[in-house]
Structure formats: structure tokens, C-alpha cells
Ligand binder design. Structure first.
Ligand code: UT7
Length: 315
């Protein structure tokens, strides 16, 4: 299979910000508890913005950075669990707003927090069968709409935002070697569908999800390294889904990853589910910490349950 590489990334956040102190004024929690248990200090919350606005802004920034015209995009995937409308999909609305070609597939993908990694793999497959070389992959969430703002065990964790990547597929590039998995479980992490007669809020068994994550992350890293025929030392940068700083710290310790080879931005965003990985990629690209030649191992996990990893590079 021909492989994809990143051409450019972008991101967008809404104007609303909720700090730990804001939450502590509303419920029985504290900045100290949230910071020490999760690493989160603040999160963004959509005010006047829609999910579509975030997708459009992130995608435009990625196209600009990539120097790619919307007319050259061969497929568009939005990884999300919180689109403005289930139908039309967020990807179809993005197609309209950006003026992407009409003879290309545009669809949303739900793999919860693993969505962006699933979408990268799906895009690689699609571009292998497309006459166009470029693809647009977005991870976007408006999670503030589906958290119960009276439940201190979940509302402190999640935030809104969007990240996007323009990718290119070429014959002489290796596949990203994605490793994806899932295990159906409707108790640990659950967001009921429309018309199910249940409150439309996200619920989570936090401690059990934490245990799942600390096993899934290294299992994923090992599987990606194995598939790529590499060791952890061969990796230039580890890009972790930002669900909890403690989950990242455990992986960092296990693989003895030096500080210059990984990144945490959870402090400023909270857990933004499918947007988490591309938000990290976009900040790192802007800071010049990753770029052409960087071999990056991305790893994510989340509801479903789902997990996934891949070895990605910039063109
Ligand atoms: O991206 C997808 C997946 N999501 C995750 O990866 C989340 C994984 N899980 C976690 O990050 C952690 O489990 C949490 C941060 C959600 C919770 O941390 P924990 O160390 O597992 O805490 P806990 O749920 O066991 O709760 C410990 C105590 C409880 O009180 P008691 O029963 O010991 O008296 C909770 O009621 O902390 C209490 N608690 C809080 N206290 C202050 C729960 N939430 C809060 C809060 N503020 N916000």
C-alpha cells in the first residue's frame, strides 16, 4: 500500500474558557484535586461557535500551511462524536464551506478519542484508490454540549476544539502502519444516541477506563513499533492522546522517553477526544518541534472501547 505523510496541520478553539477555579465555584471540587489527578487547568467551551466553525477554521489553517488548494482534496473525514447535526455530517458541511470537490467521499467517523488515528488509516486506504493525492483529516469536538455540568467526575475532564491535517499519498512512501483495535463495551464510557430515551450525557467509569488506558497505551506502542520494525529509541516524537497527564507519565516512564520527545498540552485543553491528537500535532508543528524527517508515533484510546497507533511523518 502507498503511504501518507502530513503536509500541514491547523487548529481552532472556541472563545469560551472554563478554569478549574470556575468549576470549584459551581461544585464540590478544587483546582488542587483536578490538577493533581488529571493535569488539567482549563478547557475551552463553545460559546457562539458551532462545531462546523471549528472544523472550518482548523481545516483552512491546515490547507494554508500545507499550501494545498481545496480543489486538490480527494477525501474528507471528520472524526467526531459531537457534530452539529448527525445528518448532514460535519464532513459534508465542511465540504460545502471550503468548496471541496463534489466527486469525493466526505463522512464522519466515530471511534471516540481514537477517532483521528482511525481516520488517518482510513484516509490512507481511500487515497490509495483516489485519482487525487491529498486528503483532509479533521478531529473536532464540542464535548461541552454532552457533558453533565453537574457531574464533577466527568465535566472537569472534557473540552472543545478542533485540529486538522492535510495529508499526501505517494507511491514511494511507506504506509503509516496503523494498528487499530476495539472491544465493545457500553458501560465504561457511554454517550446514548438520539431518541434512546436516556439523558443525552456522557457517562464514564473513570477508574476502570484509567486501568484500560494504562494497558492499552503500551500495548499499542509495542504493536506499532513491531509493525515498523523499530525500537522506542528510533522514534523522534511520541504523540499521546491527552486524556490524563498521569496516563502519559506512566508511558513515558515505561519507555524512558526523554522530555524533548513527548508533549503534554492537556493543561490548557482538557480531554478533547478526537481533536486531542491533531491539536498536539498542530502546536508542535507551529513550534518547529516536529517537521520533515521526524518519525512520530501517535497513540490514542477511548470509548468503544477503541485504541490505535501509527507511525507518521511530515512530507
Ligand atoms: O479519553 C478517554 C477516556 N477517559 C479517560 O482516559 C479517563 C480515565 N480516568 C481518569 O482520568 C481518572 O479515573 C479520573 C480523573 C476520571 C478520576 O480519578 P481517580 O483517581 O480514578 O478518582 P476516583 O474516580 O477513584 O475518585 C476518587 C475520589 C472519590 O471520592 P471518595 O469516594 O474517595 O470519597 C470521588 O468522589 O475523588 C472524588 N472525586 C472528586 N473530588 C473532587 C471525583 N471527581 C472529583 C472532583 N473533585 N472533580
Amino acid at each position: 500500500m502507498n503511504g501518507i505523510k502530513l503536509r500541514g496541520t491547523g487548529r481552532a478553539v472556541p472563545t469560551g474558557v472554563v478554569t478549574n477555579d470556575d468549576l470549584a465555584r459551581r461544585m464540590d471540587t478544587s483546582d488542587e484535586w483536578i490538577t493533581s489527578r488529571t493535569g488539567i487547568k482549563r478547557r475551552y467551551r463553545c460559546a457562539a461557535e458551532t462545531h462546523t466553525d471549528l472544523c472550518v477554521r482548523a481545516a483552512k489553517a491546515a490547507l494554508e500551511r500545507a499550501g494545498v488548494s481545496p480543489a486538490d482534496i480527494g477525501a474528507c473525514i471528520v472524526a467526531t462524536v459531537t457534530p452539529d447535526t448527525v445528518v448532514p455530517s460535519a464532513a459534508c458541511m465542511l465540504q460545502r464551506e471550503l468548496g471541496l470537490p463534489q466527486d469525493i467521499p466526505c463522512f464522519d467517523l466515530n471511534a471516540a478519542c481514537t477517532g483521528f488515528v482511525y481516520a488517518l488509516h482510513t484516509m490512507e486506504c481511500l487515497l490509495n484508490a483516489s485519482p487525487r493525492r491529498f486528503g483532509l483529516v479533521v478531529g473536532a469536538e464540542a464535548l461541552s454540549r454532552i457533558v453533565d455540568w453537574t457531574d464533577r467526575s466527568t465535566c472537569i475532564l472534557f473540552g472543545d476544539g478542533a485540529g486538522a491535517a492535510v495529508v499526501e499519498c505517494r507511491e514511494d512512501w511507506p504506509s503509516i502502519g496503523a494498528v487499530l483495535g476495539s472491544r465493545g463495551d457500553d458501560e465504561l464510557l457511554r454517550l446514548p444516541g438520539l431518541g434512546m430515551g436516556e439523558a443525552n450525557f456522557l457517562s464514564m467509569e473513570g477508574t476502570k477506563v484509567f486501568k484500560f488506558a494504562v494497558e492499552a497505551v503500551p500495548a499499542c506502542i509495542d504493536a506499532v513499533l513491531d509493525k515498523a520494525g523499530m525500537t522506542a529509541e528510533d522514534v523522534d516524537f511520541f504523540v499521546f492522546h491527552q486524556a490524563n497527564a498521569r496516563i502519559i507519565d506512566l508511558a513515558v516512564r515505561k519507555y524512558r522517553i526523554p522530555p524533548e520527545k513527548y508533549y503534554k498540552n492537556i493543561e490548557n485543553y482538557g480531554n478533547t477526544a478526537a481533536a486531542s491528537v491533531p491539536l498536539v500535532l498542530s502546536e508542535l508543528e507551529e513550534q518547529g518541534r516536529i517537521g520533515p524527517g521526524s518519525r512520530m508515533l501517535v497513540v490514542a484510546f477511548g470509548g468503544g472501547l477503541t485504541w490505535g497507533g501509527a507511525m507518521i511523518e511530515f512530507a
